[in-house]
Ligand binder design. Structure first.
Ligand code: NBP
Length: 475
């Protein structure tokens, strides 16, 4: 056996990851269910480094040094289970099987438990950064045993994106921790993109700026606190002109956003954990709304679109910028709340600040401000919410006025801003001394004797609503 690591599944992600490892001097055993894809891969990319190609899984396994580390990069779901089943019988005690696809973390936990009985260390590895990242340096979130990371870590840290000499890869925690964090990362990505899209919509629909002008605005924003990959490519997309029609590219693209499911998973899991990730939820629902063609068509026939845009001046652009940053802070704070809550629930021991560190490069939400998140958790590892940490609190204070103005102006103009409005509502809800949840508790007790607690003394109470004297009793 000569290969340092094996990879099966040579579609775009697997091919690029295999090439990345080979380019870093690791000998990579490669395999694909359809053999021609493996031979095509070697023909096209064999010169990238040392590969050992195998047609059969048994030859593939035999070509890897023990304890073996094998990356599975096939379609998430049944295909992954099928490959795991085939490989299990061929592996030895202590071998490491890595699923680098987009698995749901609950599947990873299930697979890890099943493989533990066979002495195999199963790893759920979240890989972010798309095709380009896989080839040139992704952000890698590893969930698995210490033994697995000892074997895998050096290779993974080698091929990951590097920021200031630090690899964007880490051992996040056991079993499903890596895929969980990757899922939340994608959820945050949804929220971030929704806010960027709303900022564009408001500036275009209310301030009347054209896509080419807005590309310049985003380019400027990318030089300040908002500096990030998503803002950079937003400028790029807005500046792009359709070759066929000569119109702005954003005007020829169908306005129905698609989703592969990780945003939806994040919200589903957040509901179970009881974490209010309103920014992510609004983003997922906004995409659903955009795809509800029948309802949109029906509503447009009945309710005339009435854009009653108030006059705004140059200062509005700056308000949108500060609003965007403040809303982004809220969305990221919620995402990190979810990581902390998930880690507590599953006893994963995730270091929240480390997640910010490994998201600084390689992945889609890479941004300057992740450094600030890392610093915040370094200063205070048990931080209750990012929103109160000095840097972010300042961003919220400075952005509050803009956020209110953007939400009220957009609302008056009939421009939907669920992301901005949700962020503002969350901010206001946290800040308020008293919430109307007190009335909800009263209603629940009235119709269902669900009981309530009081502000002035301990205990659980119920009011006998059906009686004349409405006596309060201790429940
Ligand atoms: P695909 O998700 O399109 O999967 C294609 C690969 O799965 C091929 O190698 C195919 O083999 C193999 N495969 C299938 Br389908 N069923 C199989 C089975 N029953 N047994 C063995 N192999 C099987 O590839 P991808 O787009 O490169 O994505 C790979 C993974 O990475 C996915 O989980 C994806 O969600 C994740 N991911 C993708 C991106 C991205 O930007 N595309 C980013 C991050 C993560 P064949 O050649 O024989 O059909």
């Amino acid at each position: 056996a000569t290969a340092d690591i094996g990879l099966t599944g040579l579609a775009v992600m697997g091919s690029n990851l295999a090439r990345n490892m080979a380019r870093h001097g690791h000998t990579v055993a490669v395999h694909n269910r359809t053999t021609s894809k493996m031979t095509d891969f070697l023909d096209a990319h064999g010169s990238d480094g040392d590969f050992v190609g195998s047609e059969s899984l048994s030859d593939f396994v035999a070509s890897i040094k023990q304890p073996r580390a094998i990356i599975i990069m096939v379609k998430a779901g049944e295909a992954t289970d099928a490959v795991i089943d085939e490989l299990t019988g061929l592996l030895d005690d202590g071998d490491i099987l890595v699923d680098a696809g987009n698995a749901h973390f609950a599947d990873t936990v299930r697979r890890q438990q099943a493989l533990e009985e066979h002495g195999i260390h199963f790893v759920g590895m979240g890989v972010s950064g798309g095709e380009e990242g896989a080839l040139n340096g992704p952000s890698i979130m590893v969930g698995g045993s210490d033994h697995a990371y000892e074997r895998l870590g050096p290779i993974v840290e080698d091929i990951a994106a590097q920021v200031d000499g630090t690899p964007c890869a880490a051992h996040v925690g056991p079993d499903g921790a890596g895929h969980f964090v990757k899922m939340v990362h994608n959820g945050i990505e949804y929220a971030d993109m929704q806010l960027i899209a709303e900022a564009y919509d408001v500036l275009r629909s209310v301030a009347g700026q054209e896509p080419a002008e807005l590309a310049e605005v985003f380019r400027r924003w990318n030089e300040g606190d908002l500096e990030s990959f998503l803002i950079e490519i937003a400028a790029d997309v807005l500046a792009h002109v359709d070759a066929d029609t000569g119109r702005p590219f954003v005007d020829v693209v169908a306005d129905s956003a698609e989703q592969k499911g990780t945003g939806r998973w994040t919200v589903q899991v957040a509901l179970d954990l009881g974490v209010p990730v309103t920014g992510i939820a609004e983003a997922v629902f906004a995409r659903s709304v955009s795809g509800h063609d029948a309802q949109r068509e029906a509503a447009q026939k009945v309710f005339e679109e009435k854009l009653d845009a108030p006059e705004v001046g140059e200062d509005f652009v700056e308000d949108v910028r500060t609003a965007l940053f403040a809303a982004k802070v809220v969305a990221y704070a919620q995402g990190f709340d979810m990581i902390v809550e998930g880690s507590n629930e599953h006893d994963w021991g995730i270091h929240a600040g480390e997640m910010a560190t490994i998201w600084r490069g390689g992945c889609i939400i890479r941004a300057k401000f992740l450094d600030r998140i890392r610093e915040a958790f370094d200063d205070e590892p048990d931080l209750t919410t990012l929103m109160t940490q000095e840097y972010f609190a300042t961003a919220l204070r400075e952005g509050e006025r803009g956020l209110r103005r953007v939400v009220t102006t957009a609302t008056a103009a009939g421009v939907p801003v669920p992301g901005f409005a949700g962020a503002l509502s969350y901010f206001d809800a946290l800040r308020r001394d008293r919430l109307p949840a007190a009335l909800i508790q009263g209603l629940r007790d009235n119709f269902g004797a669900h009981t309530y607690e009081r502000v002035d003394r301990d205990g659980t109470f119920h009011t006998q609503w059906a009686t004349d004297d409405r006596k309060e009793v201790e429940a």
